[in-house]
Design a protein around this ligand. Sequence first.
Ligand code: ADP
Ligand code: MG
Length: 299
Amino acid sequence: MRADSAAAGVALDAAFDEIARLEDVCSAWQPASELQRLNAAAADQRFECSPDLYAVIDSAFDAAEQTNGAFDPTVEPLERAWDMRGAGRAPGDSELAEARSRVGWRAVVRVPASRMVRFTHAGMGLDLGGIAKGYALDRAEEVLRARGISRALLDFGGQLLAFSNREPWRVSVAHPADRLQPAVRLALSNAAVSTSSQSERQIEVNGARYGHILDPHTGRPLRTDASATVVAASGTRADALSTALLVMGRERALEFARAHPELGVLWLEPGPEGVRAWSSNLPTAAAAPGAAVQWMSRP
Ligand code: ADP
Ligand code: MG
């Protein structure tokens, strides 16, 4: 995180506190997080969410609807079946079928007025890992702006939020197979950027490596070496949609991009002559210094 201002230190501390607080709300890794309490309770009774948890869930279901379920926050039973947060394992056919029968965003009942959530089947669960970081970036921006910061770049690695009232920030999108190698550069004044790929985090099962993003329609981890990047007005939306676009695959992702001119989209694939890049609505996109980029559709 960087910010230029005399009061930046204090403001950054407040932003970090906000991010840590939201981690306690949405984490799939902390057994005591509010989300895990919801997962333990919502099959038997209605669970009343805090305003933050409900807001993340609400955005997650919006994304599910907009992407026809490519983004689906109810993939939690599949995460457990593949032991995605542990050593990883491949579920048998019947176990996979069982887990799939508990996945489906339409099977969650929500009451916005009271922030109630209830599952319609036992064994369902929510996983907000594909959206919670974006939401935390948005809240961190609010904290910084409320403290008078007018220019900052927040970087969660793979997930960025930039705002500036002066010259734009230059940020880079990594090579799809190597997150440390910049491939494409973008200039941003007020936008969030999120990149999803299967190389970000992986499990290994019987010698095969699987990434951490699941196709809700097959119940299996995606097999792709591509990355999908979304530039959007909010971190929440960029985060959810980059995950969704990777699930959709290149053709459908670029179609989605054409239908949503408010988004910038970049699709990268490793190719024999460098990275192959498809871009939509990203006028500032250019190859990073030293990177070999083959433009398949012009920025
Ligand atoms: P990262 O966490 O590396 O930034 P993403 O934002 O793409 O990557 O989110 C991946 C996480 O989203 C997974 O670790 C899992 O928690 C969750 N997830 C996996 N598949 C889906 C899906 N199809 N829809 C919604 N969330 C998903
Ligand atoms: Mg995401």
